[in-house]
Design a binder for this molecule. Structure first.
Ligand code: SF4
Ligand code: SF4
Length: 399
């Protein structure tokens, strides 16, 4: 028998965290007399900050090391997961595990009665507005916390690692038991608070916990998956030699006006998306010029629309926009579609602004991940329609 754990994380910012979880599942399972090993997989070029990636751990109570490795080694993707851990809840909108395999449901590999563990502050129902339906029952566990986005290649020591180990012990104790987790953490770190953090997470996911954080999801719950799954060419359909067809060139004014590589959408890379108040825009062109992914489409009236399917949420446009509150990075789970924001604004400016401000909320959350500072939260401001203030936000209320 083999039990499989999948850790879904955001490239670079959570890589060390995911690797630590994967390799320590192996150490803990081994301490329980089981055979185990782990491996990881980048879905694409490592410089793609935020790209959805996976780390795996395989545990068996009865196979030999050789048998386990023969069964699970050298695999780029697993077919099924008994436990799938999601380190950033915005990945519930779907992940693009391979640049050209399309956007896939976050729970795609979770087996019947398996468990999807999501680190989140949101209730099950809210997450299920984004997660695809499955034909069988599985469990959805919400582990209280924020996405632990760290600096490049850095692990942020905020006890997420300990919490995840405790959570796995709660939802699938045959993989690792809480006693083995505690013993391992004490032996490795000699720090009681780490074992206690694992135990607290374990207790929070116990059946008797109030409020209940593990929900059985039935086939009626979740959404019908709408993302198209690209069909790869068969070997006999391929052209001779190393042929890479060029992206057709084209440009038109307006939404989605410039040609892009439709097989290489990077939208699932983002934790936040830029929200634009077009009524405050001075048409300065900076966002259009600076976006590293060329997501902005010039419109006939001089504004710059955004193609969210290609936006990676890097925040550069919000950084360079010289107008207060004109472009603000907003939690990706506030949005249910990739519609053209410019078209929505043109249709009904007042409704657009009201709805956008509700999504923005009162806080402006910034992840200065490159410097490894974690998260910076500043106060936002609702600007009256058309009130252009050329000032950048500076007040820090929490570091
Ligand atoms: S956040 Fe802004 S700059 Fe970055 S990819 Fe998206 S649209 Fe472009
Ligand atoms: S950077 Fe801001 S003000 Fe300048 S064009 Fe873009 S949205 Fe408008």
């Amino acid at each position: 028998m083999i039990k499989r754990v999948e850790v879904q994380y955001r490239g670079i910012f959570q890589k060390n965290l995911a690797k630590k979880i994967g390799s320590d599942i192996v150490m803990i399972a081994s301490s329980m007399g089981q055979r185990a090993f782990s491996n990881g997989r980048y879905s694409d070029a490592p410089e793609r900050n935020g790209i959805p990636c996976k780390y795996f751990a395989f545990v068996s109570p009865d196979l030999s090391e050789e048998e386990l490795e023969a069964e699970c080694g050298a695999k780029l993707e697993i077919d099924e997961a008994n436990v799938s851990v999601v380190l950033d809840d915005t990945m519930c909108k779907g992940v693009e595990p391979w640049g050209w395999h399309g956007v896939r449901p976050i729970n795609e590999r979770v087996v019947k009665d398996g468990c999807l563990v999501v680190i989140t502050k949101r209730p099950h129902e809210e997450l299920l507005q984004f997660i695809g339906k499955k034909p069988y029952n599985y469990r959805l566990a919400t582990l209280d916390g924020e996405a632990s986005l760290a600096g490049l290649w850095v692990n942020k020591d905020d006890l997420t690692y300990e919490h995840v180990l405790g959570a796995i012990a709660a939802v699938e104790p045959t993989i690792i038991s809480i006693e083995a987790v505690e013993a391992y953490l004490m032996k490795k770190t000699k720090d009681k608070k780490r074992a206690e953090a694992a135990r607290a997470a374990y207790n929070s996911l116990r059946q008797e916990a109030k409020p209940p954080r593990v929900k059985t999801v039935t086939p009626n719950e979740g959404i019908v998956w709408t993302h198209e799954i690209p069909v790869l060419p068969k070997w006999f359909e391929m052209q001779e030699g190393a042929v890479v067809p060029a992206v057709p060139r084209g440009f038109q004014m307006g939404p989605k006006g410039q040609s892009r590589n439709t097989g290489f959408k990077r939208g699932t890379t983002k934790t936040q998306r830029p929200a634009v108040r077009f009524d405050l825009c001075t048409k300065c062109t900076l966002c259009w010029a600076e976006c590293p992914d060329e997501c902005f489409d010039p419109t006939t009236d001089g504004y710059y629309d955004i193609e969210y399917q290609y936006c990676v949420g890097c925040g550069k446009c919000a950084e360079v926009c010289p107008v207060k509150e004109c472009i603000v990075m907003v939690d990706e789970l506030q949005f249910h579609d990739n519609n053209s924001p410019w078209e929505d604004w043109k249709k009904d400016p007042k409704t657009y602004i009201t709805s956008l401000e509700a999504k923005k909320g009162t806080e402006r959350v910034n992840y200065p991940v490159v410097t490894g500072k974690g998260v910076i939260v500043t106060k936002g401001e609702v600007m009256p329609e058309g009130k252009i203030v050329p000032v950048r936000k500076t007040e820090e209320v929490e570091v």
